[in-house]
Design a protein around this ligand. Sequence first.
Ligand SMILES: [Zn+2]
Length: 459
Amino acid sequence: MIKNLLFSFLILLSFNNYITAQQSDSAIIGNFYREALTSDEGYNNLRYLCKNIGHRVAGSIQSEYAVEWVYKTLSEMKLDTVYTQECMVRNWERGEREYCYFNSEMFGRKELNCCALGTSIGTGKDGIKANIVEVKSFEELQKLGRKNVEGKIVFFNNPAKQEFFNTFEAYGDAVGPRVHGAVEGARLGAIGIIIRSVTLAKYDFPHTGVMRYADSVTKIPAIAISTNDADLLSRYLKMDKSLEVYFRTTCEEFPEKVSHNVIGEIKGSVYPDEIIVVGGHLDSWDIGEGAHDDGAGVIHAMEVLRIYKALNIRPQHTIRFVAFMDEEIAQRGGRKYAEVVKQKNEKHIAALESDAGGTVPNGFIMEATDEQFNKISSFRNLLMPYGIYFFITGGSAVDIYYLKDLGFPRIGLMCDSQRYFDFHHSANDTFENIHPRELKLGGAALSSLVYLIDTYGVQ
Ligand SMILES: [Zn+2]
């Protein structure tokens, strides 16, 4: 009897401790949100990155300005450590403004909104002109065979599918021809490819993004046209099979260059050698301003440090911010970071990255063991009041991907994805398209999860 009473009492005691811990955690998370929402520093930092530095493809002079600026900004935050980490990056330049039109004997000439795909070769200054074949998939292309493709320009016109709820899935589903279309076209003797921009929006912005060549296959130039123009071209092609398309690009790739990741740390008070890494990628495509992709992510992660400093909270584990270089082209920054972690045998607790834009955050997507996933998901109740309800498994983020095999969870911040691909990789990805409160919520969500991981661990 006494034993039972004692047991109940102990249970009650631990339950009370649990309640108190929850209450103080929710108070602290409340403070994180208050600090994030009432400070304009992150938003102003993003303005500087987008407006004063601008787009910053790896290897460009702007990307180096961005490295210097992040280094200086972190230094002014009076962190415990600020340093850069060298990596080599490819050095591709878009060249002159691209030009594309179709010409039909029946309907005349119509100019199309276009841009070269990232790392494409140029057409040379005379451009290329040919008949086109339109396909929706690689299977359709194969069926056409060499006799129908040789000497022509292949037009991949596969719309991103509207039925996906999460637009990242629509993007993943539709992006194949952008990445591999030039190789598949060239195998059948095509002289160039045109893709329909990978976006769910219907408008005039063309979207760039990385494409790849294969060593054994002739390199042919590749461009994207806007979704409106893809529909237009398709419509005219149905009426006039003999119409020709001309495009001209002057892209060029130069020898690789030295660039950098930028790193800043707040040392842990209890476990200084155990690291929670949180980052975003500093490079962007070379059109637009890299506001959503991924200026917002860099700012979200910088906000973690700023908020900790502002609230005068000393973490137990070291919080390490990383601005990764070169996510878009060859992920040299992410690879270098993982290489150094392995070399130095550094211990990480978790890796977090924000690379899903600057819209309203709504969850976390994880690559983790079941145990880690359950532990992190147990924080949901504390974050639900702030609209953070997705705790799901799936691809977290590209730069932290290279830390796989090390056993700790990798976590991506999820943001409402409905508008993201209206901006992504296009001239529409500008600071004006970031809402200050939405941006601030991202920093708050990321800081809160870092706090909970620092306090309770991941397993
Ligand atoms: Zn990105």
